[in-house]
Ligand binder design. Structure first.
Ligand code: APR
Length: 167
């Protein structure tokens, strides 16, 4: 099981082998964390992403990290569920995002991976439930990844992730 840590910060500033992007199916970029990662990685990220698209919700696909600073070598793009009230399989799709991202990290040989709070922004997934799913799924997924860093952009998300980690 990987060590899981929670930090508050910008995912593009993390010193890890791979960062996970909360993307949309086009893998062309967007707002939120997706926009920040595309700005930091440069225009080749959208070119590489579009060649792999579409990425269905719950799946994950990797591209190089392009202009992101070393040691980051890979961006793992995953597509969260759009929240539609919770009775449309949203929790299972979100768990799949974490499982599939770890599987892709294993294929890449990444040992350290940073995740944002997938689906909790534009896609509207309730942050507390998302934090519990993130931690429980990472804990129950067999992986060679040694460190998972959960990166919260705001204090409220950091506190929810920290509570899920302690729970
Ligand atoms: N670093 C870390 N976390 C960030 C950053 C950043 N630089 N910028 C935003 N976040 C946080 C948000 O505060 C939120 O907690 O990432 C979390 C996920 O929010 P979104 O980026 O809105 O992602 P999501 O809810 O999965 O929506 C995906 O948004 O723009 C798009 O293309 C993307 O259409 C897709 C949708």
């Amino acid at each position: 099981m990987p060590t899981i840590e929670v930090v508050r910060g910008d995912i593009t500033a993390q010193q890890v082998d791979a960062i996970v992007n909360a993307a949309n199916e086009s893998l062309l970029g967007g707002g939120g964390v997706d926009g920040a990662i595309h700005r930091a990685a440069g225009p080749r990220l959208a070119e590489a992403g579009s060649a792999l698209a579409p990425c269905p919700p719950g799946d994950a696909k990797a591209t190089p990290a392009f202009d992101l600073d070393p040691p980051v070598r890979h961006v793992i793009h995953t597509v969260g569920p759009v929240w539609e009230g919770g009775a449309h399989g949203e929790a299972e799709v979100l768990a799949s995002c974490y499982r599939r991202s770890l599987a892709v990290a294993d294929e890449l040989g990444a040992r350290t991976v940073a995740f944002p709070a997938i689906a909790t922004g534009v896609y509207g997934f309730p942050a507390e439930q998302a934090a519990r799913i993130a931690v429980s799924t990472i804990r129950s997924t067999p992986t060679g990844v040694e460190l998972v860093r959960l990166v919260a952009f705001d204090e409220a998300t950091r506190a929810l992730l920290a509570a899920a980690l302690d729970g």
